[in-house]
Design a protein around this ligand. Structure first.
Ligand SMILES: C=C(OP(=O)(O)O)C(=O)O
Ligand SMILES: [Mg+2]
Length: 569
């Protein structure tokens, strides 16, 4: 039995076998062959097995993800059927070299040829050739390649990291959880795991080195623990725990229909965070009263080009229609940091979290921004839309973004296209400079939404993705609490509402503090909604408003945590 610790990124317990997303070593030696016919046969049979595999992948991608993604595999199949490539391979084998070596030579030659072409489309074909030849090489060497899109039994994914696009493709029916070497509580793979409501442990540092494919394992998303090859006894205790958790989740269901109200009768709003229109279902299923954050960048990911105005319009319209008049806060494109768009071909930066991203990019590449704003404005008539801008650091940025929005609104009016007159325009407060001058922003914004995932990392200068400094990523640090108080007070002093859409809004130590500070809206992963509503129903807002005065005098994060735990008991 082996125990590994990591960051508890998404709650829950999962028991299944490991599915290691580790690229296996595909090394081989060059050797001279004596039987050319036998070698050609070996190549032929590896090609047919590769084709069969690709056909299966293509068909399952078609079913699960649609035509666009399936097309990649059709293109791979065409390469395997290309007579020119096949005869080049055969000619090479006729020089009495083994098939692996022949494949490597020919595939590299073609890939280099495509790479040297001016045409972008042809350049990309080089990647296809390398991909197919890797698959074929694996078949020649009789090594199985892991492929997450073909998982069809219950597994726990073990990977160095999961990019948002891989995570978004995992099929919840089979993927019961995941464990990664890197990442923190607010890395985007962790956020997506919470949206998928599957347990996840990130930042284990060693999972891929110590867990082998197929090993029975348990992940304890509550305590950030991974157990590999558990003893019978441990397995049984976790099975019972999992059952207990399922029962507790059943009990929480009573809160689906109840309003979000403290024990002393104060109402707040508990909303959900989403990344794709289909995530709305989980928010509604869990009784979310609104959407506090729609991370629209996910509409731009996992594809080869920017989404058109029409595509975006349809996505926003779907969300607004499903939300049926409930408050829906949509955040404009927040790309950068750990969220990349390869097709924008942005140069690599030394510090991407401090670089050219989010509103900075939108205010420069205004065509991208205007397309999104138009789509949003056109969709506004289908529900209760509020728009907010990410990563605002200066008042000038907020004014410039708002001006572009109003310009697009006027243009639509000229075109006689209907736009709602009720759209509130707000902003994320996730950069310390914005928190410090929240009083100035609150005069010009209709609402503020505190993004603690970034606010914490920028306040403590601790990368939210870096597990080596995760001890510094402290939501209850007095500096963070003071900034949050400043923002809430600034909004209220100007008659505006204030929400929080960072993960802290669903954190059980933070919720009592935030209630005491007067936060109006708590927006979180849909899996946290019911637990938070249950917790809220046991808290007295008026009593907490007094206790918070004490909390704000505490000197360290652990003192705050200890105080809240005592108050709660
Ligand atoms: C909600 C936030 O935005 P994201 O996690 O998408 O950066 C935040 O920073 O708190
Ligand atoms: Mg952010």
């Amino acid at each position: 039995m082996l125990e590994i610790n990591g960051v508890a990124a998404s709650n829950g317990i999962a028991l299944a076998n490991a599915y290691c997303l580790v690229e296996p070593e595909l090394s081989f030696e060059k050797y001279e062959i004596t039987n050319i016919e036998a070698e050609l046969d070996r190549l032929k049979s590896a090609i047919s097995r590769t084709k069969l595999e690709l056909e299966e992948i293509r068909d399952s991608a078609m079913l699960k993800f649609g035509e666009e993604r399936a097309a990649i595999f059709s293109a791979h199949l065409l390469i395997l059927e290309d007579p020119e490539i096949i005869s080049a391979l055969e000619a090479k084998i006729n020089e009495k070299v083994n098939a692996e070596f022949a494949l490597d030579e020919i595939a590299s030659m073609y890939a280099q040829l495509f790479e040297s072409m001016e045409n972008e489309y042809m350049k990309e074909r080089a990647a296809d050739i390398r991909d197919v030849s890797k698959r074929l090489l694996a078949h020649l060497l009789q090594i199985e390649l892991p492929d997450y899109s073909r998982i069809s039994s219950e597994v726990i994914i073990v990977a160095e990291d999961l990019t948002p696009s891989i995570t978004a493709q995992l099929d919840k029916q089979y993927v019961k959880g995941f464990v990664t070497d890197i990442g923190g509580k607010t890395s985007h793979s962790a956020i997506l795991a919470r949206a998928m409501e599957i347990p996840a442990i990130v930042g284990t540092k060693t999972a891929t080195k110590t867990i082998s494919h197929g090993s029975p394992m348990i992940i304890d998303g509550l305590n950030g623990k991974v157990v590999v090859h558990p003893t019978e006894e441990i397995h049984e205790s976790y099975r019972l725990l999992e059952r207990k958790q399922r029962e507790e989740n059943e009990l929480l269901k009573k809160y689906i229909e109840l309003p979000s109200m403290s024990a002393d009768g104060h109402s707040v709003e508990i909303a959900g965070n989403i990344g794709k229109p289909e995530d709305v279902d989980a928010v509604l299923k869990n009784g979310g009263e609104g959407i506090g954050l729609f991370r629209t960048e996910f509409l731009y990911m996992d594809r080869d080009e920017l989404p058109s105005e029409e595509e975006q319009f349809n996505a926003y319209k779907t969300v607004l229609t499903k939300m049926a008049g409930r408050q829906t806060v949509v955040r404009t494109l927040d790309i950068g940091g750990d969220k990349e768009l390869p097709y924008l071909k942005l140069p690599a930066e030394m510090n991407p979290f401090l670089g050219y991203r989010a509103i900075r990019l939108c205010l420069e590449q205004t065509e991208i921004f205007r397309t999104q704003l138009r789509a949003l404005l056109r969709a506004s008539v289908y529900g209760n839309l509020k728009i907010m801008f990410p990563m605002i650091a200066t008042l000038d940025e907020f004014r410039a973004a708002k001006a572009l929005l109003l310009e697009e609104k006027h243009k639509l009016a000229d075109e006689e296209i209907a736009v709602s007159e009720q759209i509130e325009i707000g902003m994320m407060v996730e950069i310390p400079s914005a928190a410090v001058i929240a009083d100035l922003f609150a005069q010009e914004a209709d609402f503020l939404s505190i993004g603690t995932n970034d606010l914490i990392q920028y306040t403590l200068a601790a990368d939210r993705m870096n597990e080596r400094v995760s001890y510094l990523y402290q939501p209850y640090h007095p500096a963070v609490l003071r900034l949050i108080k400043m923002v809430i007070d600034a909004a209220h002093n100007n008659g505006k509402w204030v929400g929080m859409c960072g993960e802290m809004a669903g954190d059980e130590i933070a919720v009592p503090i935030l209630l005491g500070l007067g936060l109006d809206e708590f927006s979180m992963s849909s899996s946290s909604i019911l637990k938070t509503r249950g917790l809220l129903s046991k808290l007295s807002k008026e009593k907490l408003a007094e206790q918070v005065k004490q909390i704000l005098l505490l000197k360290t994060s652990s003192e705050v945590e200890q105080y809240v735990k005592e108050v709660l008991n």
